[in-house]
Write a new protein. Structure first.
Length: 471
């Protein structure tokens, strides 16, 4: 009998979390194997969700931006006759380049990549079925499960992938619908809702909670909802779907818990995701799924079996690429006894809605709860020249500082470029840069980055008022 191949670390899944875990282990000099069931490295969610959705988002921004910025020039409009695929431009080229780069980066570290289906055979053993049907056993000191997630199928909602869609089938639409109901108000729901609304589709978001994306700063979410409704969308909080059906004549009827009936050409069901562990046989390793269908882990990604870690979407929210990458890095560093590096709270959150939202560090409420107060500096984008030039005056940057207004504890941003701008705050937090550094230095003009200086000036002004009152 052939002896099983032995590795220090085996990573199952080559998405953002798995790829980062593999690279971290290989950089540490360990023998690493990545097992990926698809023919591409990079992750199914990235190929079928993240990159396609961001590609269509860029088209939506471009088209809506023409209307905002080109005074006296007729804006480009899209409508029901517009083919969805045509809105994704260079998607195939982007995906091909992305796949090549990720595969190259992974292999350059020395990690091996094996295409096949993995099945856990124990706490340290994996059976792999190759594309040609043959199989082999792999033994590893550490196993990292990074198999991602798939859309949840709520009971009683007949998803047919034609009229009633999930987030995987949404971008398979041939033409833009004239109307859409979005069930759910998480990240995926709000991203798609705002993208399609900006493309001229009349979108209604149905949220079972009081506000969408409740993990974000409340002021950011309020700005998002206001922008969504100003663009023609409708947000319905505190309601759940009681009945959803397609009438066979081109209309989806959605009855809400309030009794209201919504009619739309398409309905998107975005009511959460579940772990992609089909065929992985987690029970063979002594693992169980949570009630919500995810693998349970501690704060470093370790499961109840010490040799097995789980990272990324397979462990549940926040299910964001940056968070998943950090989880992969953090889990492997813990498994190998290395310093954990940057803590999770200093990893930025980026939400690609229209407008974008981003956050890093602590929120206003968190700092107030911990320190008994805080000073928040604000900059409205209409106060900076770039906001006026880009027609993005509705943006907001918040700089959250300690009660004395000296140290930055967090930043929250809503508006154009938010997911890029947030990295300046991230570096400030990691480097413990004082608030005054944003005032004392010069930024390129005109840029959105100037918002940091104006927000910092706001903090300094409030700090001075406090000192005058104290004296």
């Amino acid at each position: 009998m052939t002896q099983p191949e032995r590795y220090d670390v085996v990573v199952i899944g080559a998405g953002p979390a798995g790829q980062k875990a593999a690279v971290t282990a290989a950089d540490a000099g360990r023998r690493v194997l990545v097992i990926e069931k698809s023919r591409n490295v990079g992750g199914e969610c990235v190929y079928h969700g993240t990159i396609p959705s961001k590609t269509i988002r860029e088209t939506a921004l471009y088209l809506s931006g023409l209307e905002r910025r080109a005074v006296g020039v007729g804006g480009t409009r899209v409508g029901p006759e517009t083919m969805v695929k045509s809105l994704m431009g260079r998607l195939d080229q982007v995906l091909a380049n992305y796949g090549r780069q990720i595969a190259q980066q992974t292999r350059e570290t020395g990690a091996e990549v094996l295409h096949g289906r993995a099945r856990l055979a124990g706490a340290n053993e994996i059976d792999v079925t190759h594309p040609d049907g043959t199989s082999a056993r792999i033994v590893a000191d550490v196993i990292v499960v990074a198999t991602g997630s798939r859309p949840r199928k709520p009971p009683g909602i007949p998803i047919d992938h034609e009229h009633i869609l999930d987030s995987d089938s949404l971008l398979s639409l041939i033409y833009l619908p004239h109307s859409m109901v979005v069930l759910g108000a998480g990240v995926i729901a709000c991203e798609f809702a705002s993208i399609f609304q900006s493309l001229g589709v009349h979108v209604t978001i149905v949220d079972g909670g009081k506000r969408p994306m409740a993990f974000l700063d409340e002021e950011l979410v309020e700005r998002f909802v206001a922008a969504f409704e100003a663009d023609g969308g409708r947000y319905v909080p505190g309601n759940k779907p009681a009945d959803v059906y397609h009438d066979g004549l081109g209309t989806v009827h959605t009855t809400l818990s309030s009794g209201e009936v919504l009619q739309s050409q398409k309905t998107l069901v975005a009511l959460g995701r579940t772990a992609s562990v089909g065929g992985l046989a987690v029970e063979n390793a002594g693992l169980d799924l949570t009630e919500r269908g995810f693998l349970a882990v501690d704060d470093v990604g370790r499961t109840s079996v010490p040799s097995i870690y789980a990272v990324g979407d397979v462990i549940g929210p926040p299910a964001l690429a940056a968070s998943a990458m950090n989880q992969g890095r953090r889990a492997v560093r813990h498994a190998l006894g290395l310093d954990l590096g940057t803590p999770p709270e200093l990893i930025p959150v980026g939400i690609y809605t229209v407008p974008e939202m981003a956050s890093v560090g602590s929120t206003e409420d968190q700092v107030t709860s911990q320190y008994g107060g805080c000073i928040v500096g604000r900059c409205q984008f209409d106060a900076i020249a770039r906001g006026q030039i880009n027609g993005a005056q509705d943006g907001l940057l918040k700089l959250v500082t300690c009660p004395q207004g000296r140290r930055v504890f967090g930043a929250q941003i809503v508006g154009e470029g938010a997911t890029e701008l947030v990295h300046m705050a991230q570096m400030a937090l990691i480097g413990q840069v004082p608030v005054d550094a944003f005032v004392d230095n010069v930024f390129n003009f005109p840029t959105f980055a100037e918002a940091y200086r104006i927000a910092a000036l706001d903090v300094v002004a409030q700090r001075a008022q406090g000192l005058r009152r104290a004296s």
